[in-house]
Write a protein that binds this ligand. Structure first.
Ligand code: SGN
Ligand code: CA
Length: 536
């Protein structure tokens, strides 16, 4: 046992280790695992080659799965950025940790798993996107993006001090993470590194070296790209259609010098473009100007324009992912070169899933599969067999207790997630058979109505509320794309009743209620200044 580590171990932990665990004290404390928790922003599982969708190649991310485990049913509890991060840190649902939407602030004073690890002797760092105001608590070192961050020449806040760093955000985030590992890490302490990329978040600005990637390819949209949303009023109310809402300039980079392409968000993109230095802008123009010229000459409309938009979207979105994959490769390489591979848990995930044209959409928020699901890959050679595939439903709620479990730190009672340590090592096969979901950011961008729901292995029940009161039920085996809402179909009567029952159980288990929904709604409306809608 390393003496310097022992000094930082709480007496309670020593007692727990002595009396509570099967492994010898030597085995555990000699070598508590390091944790590298990699999260990107809006990275759809469809865009990781290990998931087999054939869109792109992510060899480094895939390596985590081939040398470890892949979760085919990883989910979030609330498919939006900052709330997802709050769930990940606290191991508690949004209505318990309070960060229910991107608008209201996060209370850093509450418990989080990094704080627990820090108290138990871990050195902790958080690098990249966090999307929550205030100095991150639980971290010895933080170097984070303010808000959403910028792709080119971004500002970073290092331990509370803001400065602009020249370059491309994904590369810079990787460099900061590597610099921490190389130069700031204390060699004889276990460490926790949160390495969190901004990409592939809107507005998908690629790194220069990947401008040409996929030039030879034309992406074909999913079969339900031209969804008519029949029988799904909440889905029909969306404002996240590729054909209808995607901005030609802001999202698709058609910033013509002549100023003839006038769009709602042209100015917003102009601001991002203006951040580039002369060299970056020259490279950008050299690639995008010929595309702009051709686009103007072609004068596309209707279906042809929608298909062109989809292809343009996919190219830039996937290019930003290539830079993430490079960074993952560099970090894995560093661990290997420094003898840290065996004893470091590496997780790759996203703050939620994303629509890559399914239902005609981009963005997330809905409880439909593509944004409810999120990629989860984990490597830990000491416990996880290479090539493990997990088909049980885990959620981002489970990260906090899982990490504490691996570190042999006691899991606070108040945590609502479950450790999946034994599930992934194959020691247990019993696992939950239902998961709970909530979404609160309405009225808001993209017009996704407030909803909550339950998913079992086969069925999903959702309730949309506030200025709407609709239910949706899906048989995921018969209808994996969720096109056919079978709520109130007589042949599903029993299943519907059973799913309602499961929903009641879930809400009891996680202490959620209509009353809390109303409270959260009123707080949200107040924060947005929509006072005349307050619900009593
Ligand atoms: C921004 C984006 C939205 C996106 C939200 C939330 N608009 O507001 O498209 O849904 O972030 O994303 S943009 O015009 O600013 O690009 S999240 O991942 O941070 O939750
Ligand atoms: Ca996100």
């Amino acid at each position: 046992m390393k003496i310097s580590f022992l000094k930082n171990v709480s007496p309670l932990l020593v007692v727990l280790v002595l009396f509570g665990c099967k492994k010898t004290i030597k085995e555990i404390s000699n070598n508590p695992p390091n944790i590298v928790f990699i999260m990107s922003d809006d990275h759809a599982y469809q865009a990781i080659s290990a998931y087999g969708h054939g869109l792109n190649l992510t060899p480094n991310i895939d390596r985590i799965a081939t040398e470890g485990a892949i979760f085919n049913k990883g989910f979030v509890t609330n498919s939006i950025c900052a709330p997802s991060r709050a769930v990940m840190l606290t191991g508690k649902h949004s209505h318990i940790n309070g960060k229910v939407d991107n608008i209201q602030s996060f209370d850093w004073d509450q418990d989080n798993f990094a704080k627990s690890l820090q108290k138990s002797g871990y050195q902790t760092a958080m690098v990249g996107k966090i999307h929550m105001d205030g100095l991150p608590q639980g971290f010895d070192y933080s170097n984070v993006l303010p808000g959403q961050g910028q792709y080119y020449n971004p500002d970073f806040i290092e331990n509370g001090v803001k400065k602009r760093i020249p370059g491309y955000v994904t590369e810079i985030t990787t460099d900061i993470a590597l610099n921490w590992l190389k130069n700031k890490r204390v060699a004889d302490k276990p460490f926790l590194l949160l390495y969190h990329q901004k990409a592939p978040h809107r507005t998908w600005m690629p790194e220069e070296k990947y401008f040409n990637l996929f030039d030879e390819k034309t992406f074909t949209p999913p079969a339900n790209f031209f969804d008519d949303y029949s029988n799904r009023p909440a889905a029909a109310a969306h404002e996240m259609g590729i054909a209808k809402d995607m901005d030609l300039v802001y999202d698709l980079k058609m910033l013509d010098a002549e100023g003839e392409i006038k769009t709602k968000y042209r100015k917003h993109f102009q601001n991002m473009y203006n951040r580039m230095d002369d060299q970056q802008r020259a490279a950008w123009d050299a690639y995008y100007n010929p595309i702009i010229k051709k686009f103007k000459a072609d004068s596309l409309s209707g279906k042809a324009l929608a298909l062109w938009k989809f292809d343009r979207y996919m190219k830039d979105y996937l290019r930003t992912i290539q830079s993430i994959d490079d960074g993952v490769g560099e970090v894995l390489e560093y661990l290997e070169q420094n003898g840290l591979s065996e004893n470091t848990i590496v997780v790759y995930t996203s703050d939620q899933g994303f629509y890559l044209g399914e239902h005609g959409w981009f963005d997330k928020r809905f409880m439909y599969e593509e944004s409810f699901r999120t990629p989860i890959l984990i490597r830990y050679p000491r416990e996880i067999k290479a090539g493990t595939v997990i088909d049980k439903m885990v959620q981002n709620l489970d990260f906090a207790p899982t990490f504490l479990d691996y570190a042999n730190v006691s899991i606070p009672e108040a945590i609502q997630g479950e450790s999946f340590r034994k599930l992934v090592s194959g020691e247990v096969s019993e696992w939950r058979d239902a998961i709970y979901y909530t979404y609160y950011e309405f009225p808001g961008e993209h017009h996704v109505k407030r909803h909550y729901g339950v998913r079992t292995d086969r069925y999903k029940l959702m309730h949309f509320y506030y200025d709407i009161d609709t239910w949706e039920l899906y048989d995921l085996e018969q209808d994996p794309s969720e096109m056919n809402n079978i709520y109130d179909h007589p042949e599903y009567k029993d299943i519907q009743e059973n799913m309602h029952q499961r929903l009641v159980e879930m809400r009891e288990k996680y202490e959620d209620s209509d009353h809390l929904n109303k409270e959260n709604l009123n707080r949200y409306l107040k924060a947005k200044g929509i006072n005349d809608h307050i619900v009593k």
